[in-house]
Write a protein that binds this ligand. Structure first.
Ligand code: X2X
Length: 340
């Protein structure tokens, strides 16, 4: 008897545990009229996802439950190329995607935010991306059939990590096998610097580093930290070689289905959260060197000029100016100063 009671208890406990791991889209019957997903490629603990969840809560409240946006972090819906396909065919309603990443396969000009060694600091960067160039890029994205919010979300200035040696100057990159995201600009930047880059989606980066398919990667410290890349990387060279950030993209038909009042609430909350996320990420990147050193990483600073000089000498800036066009390039240089 006693045993039967116990078994019953165990079964109940087991059922409860199983229920808690069933994904939300199966268990939660939602009363919301619009239930949309947003996919991201960053781990759930990254500020981008925390702020997205906050925006989603605010949107639900302000729409009095009519609109529910479910956050799917950490490539749960697939890597960037898969999520981008889903976004375009309507299986996914919102997606945060870097302008230099897969988005540039559809809208090549969005990669301009990632031009190597272009921005000296965040102040310059946001003057460009919240200004006329950002506006022009949004019109290109919109002409390509996607919805896009006004404010970009920060990924950060990118730094090179390796498991073999510190990168001090361009010569250290000679033949160096480095993972980069899937985008022509990244390949071009590292090839021009003499490295051997491979485009790999982020959900495969940890294992690519662990199995030594590549010897290094480059990302903002926040990503190296939340994705635990420090477990498989030893050195971190503070190259700040490019800035990277995410556009909040929407599937156009899904966006157009929303009543104007709900569109306004969604856009306003996404943009407000983006501004908060920018501050979170900048603060985090500024404090993480110490944390990562405690985990065993060895840091070095880098003089950017020899890298910029090598890029300039090898036609990197002139080539990309032709690719992006004079109008875009002039809007960039108006703030950064001459790059070519
Ligand atoms: O893929 C990357 O390295 C990441 C996470 O930084 C981007 O989304 C561009």
């Amino acid at each position: 008897m006693k045993q039967i009671v116990r078994r019953k208890f165990l079964m109940t406990a087991g059922a409860a545990a199983a229920a808690s791991v069933i994904p939300p889209w199966i268990t939660t019957a939602s009363a919301a009229e619009f239930v949309y997903k947003v996919g991201t490629d960053l781990p759930g603990t990254h500020p981008l996802n925390i702020r997205l969840q906050e925006a989603s809560n605010a949107i639900k409240k302000e729409t009095e439950g009519r609109m529910e946006i479910r956050v799917f972090p950490n490539n749960q819906l697939g890597g960037d190329p898969a999520m981008f396909t889903q976004l375009r065919n309507g299986a996914l309603e919102f997606f945060t995607l870097s302008g230099a990443n897969v988005l540039s396969s559809l809208v090549p000009k969005t990669a301009i935010s990632g031009v190597g060694f272009a921005f000296k600091n965040y102040e310059q960067l946001y003057r460009v991306m919240d200004g006329d160039l950002g506006k022009l890029l949004r019109s290109h994205i919109s002409n390509a059939g996607l919805a896009v919010m006004e404010k970009m979300w920060d990924n950060g200035f990118r730094q090179i990590t390796t498991n073999t040696k510190p990168i001090m100057n361009p010569d250290d990159l000679k033949g160096f096998k480095i993972r980069v995201p899937i985008g022509k600009l990244w390949i071009s930047l590292f090839e021009t610097l003499g490295a051997a880059p491979s485009g790999i989606a982020f959900n495969e980066v940890y294992s690519a580093l662990q199995t030594k398919v590549v010897d290094g990667q480059e990302n903002a410290l926040a990503v190296t930290s939340v994705a635990k890349l420090y477990e498989v990387q030893k050195y971190c060279s503070l190259t700040n070689h490019m800035w990277d950030g995410f556009w909040m993209l929407g599937n156009r038909a899904a966006w157009d289905r929303l009543p104007p009042k709900i569109q306004e609430i969604v856009a306003r909350n996404f943009d407000a959260s983006a501004l908060k996320e920018r501050k979170d990420v900048a603060d985090l990147n500024a404090m993480l060197q110490k944390t990562l050193e405690e985990k065993g990483m060895i840091f070095n600073t880098v003089e950017p000029e020899p890298f910029r000089e090598k890029l300039r000498k090898n036609g990197f800036y002139a080539g990309w100016k032709r690719e992006f066009g004079d109008e875009e390039w002039d809007l960039l240089e108006k703030v950064t100063g001459k790059l070519v």
